[in-house]
Design a protein around this ligand. Structure first.
Ligand SMILES: N[C@@H](CC=O)C(=O)O
Length: 315
């Protein structure tokens, strides 16, 4: 795609739909900070963003199934039907028939009022496009609304970025309403938008590109771990875009600075960056990530402080 074509693809003043992949915060003793999690769900919802829980940012890969269920309960309790929320379905490492494994967790999420979003599993990495599309069709059958999730392996080894045949096939499944795309690759995401516009214009592409959050300018919506750092700033940015307000650019730049620092390699340590940031601005009781999460260096608080100041937080 030439730069001219890319520039022409921008959709000024589009209404953007945004979800934050909520961070699961911890107390200094390593226990889940339930109150702070509930406050984050309330803050995100009040700001106008949807909550995505039990995602990578919520340590879906490290939580027990009982802990994931507890998170669903806490989320439902705070949101109380005021708006939708999405929740990760994580089957990696589980034994059994794949369709059953997915559907059992999806049913549970729906029973809490959530929309399931399907993490991938290494078990289908070597499958053909037709086999993968068929699996999703079976998983989604009878469901009203499900989201897919393409996760780059810089985030987690169970993730996979599909080829275009698979993506086009997935877009034909009626219950699948959209897909989160986390390749961190603008070109790949722009191609998905082109395919979507041809195959099924109402199908949602949620950018998961924390290094390119302006993908929303081209027709993506978003489901971002970065939005969990400061959901109200994302809401304001989206409002500026909707209104054609020139303050959009400066705020987007400040958010992107935070994204570039927070999501630097090794990428999975972004959850520690998020905890450090949230602790600095006084929202969570400790800067501790999940005990299995890769950690940032001791100077993280200094650089996060600079990001926070640029976003206008007074520390
Ligand atoms: N932040 C995302 C991961 C990559 O996009 C998530 O929490 O799932």
């Amino acid at each position: 795609m030439s730069l001219e074509t890319r520039h022409a693809a921008k959709r000024l003043r589009r209404k953007i739909t945004g979800y934050a992949a909520c961070l699961l915060p911890f107390e200094a003793d390593g226990s889940i900070a339930r109150g702070a999690f509930e406050a984050a769900v309330a803050r995100t919802t009040d700001a106008g963003l949807g909550c995505a829980v039990n995602m990578d940012t919520g340590y879906a890969n490290y939580l027990t199934s009982a802990e994931r269920t507890e998170i669903l309960g806490l989320t439902k309790g705070v949101i109380q039907g005021r708006r939708d929320f999405v929740a990760g379905v994580f089957v990696e490492g589980l034994e059994g028939e794949l369709v059953d494994l997915y559907r059992r967790q999806m049913d549970e999420i729906v029973s809490y009022g959530g929309t399931p979003i399907l993490f991938q599993t290494t078990r289908f990495h070597s499958w053909s496009p037709a086999q993968i599309v068929d699996l999703y069709a079976k998983i989604c059958e009878g469901h009203e609304s499900v989201f897919g999730f393409e996760l780059g392996q810089m985030f987690a080894p169970n993730g996979l970025i599909y080829d275009e045949e698979t993506i086009s096939g997935l877009m034909t499944i009626p219950a699948l309403k959209g897909i989160k795309h986390s390749s961190l690759d603008r070109g790949k995401e722009l191609r998905r938008l082109e395919i979507r516009d041809k195959v099924r214009p109402e199908f949602m592409i949620f950018t998961g590109n924390d290094l390119g959050i302006d993908m929303t300018e081209y027709g993506s919506d978003y489901l971002l771990g970065l939005a969990a750092f400061c959901p109200e700033k994302f809401a304001l940015r989206d409002q500026y875009w909707l209104e054609g307000d020139e303050r959009y650019a400066e705020l987007n730049d400040a958010l992107q600075y935070l994204g570039n620092v927070g999501f630097r390699a090794p990428v999975p340590a972004y959850k520690h960056s998020c905890a450090v940031f949230q602790h600095l601005i006084g929202r969570i009781p400790s800067s501790e990530p999940h005990k299995l999460c890769p950690r940032r260096p001791d100077w993280e608080a200094g650089i996060m402080q600079d990001c926070a100041k640029r976003l206008g937080y007074e520390l």
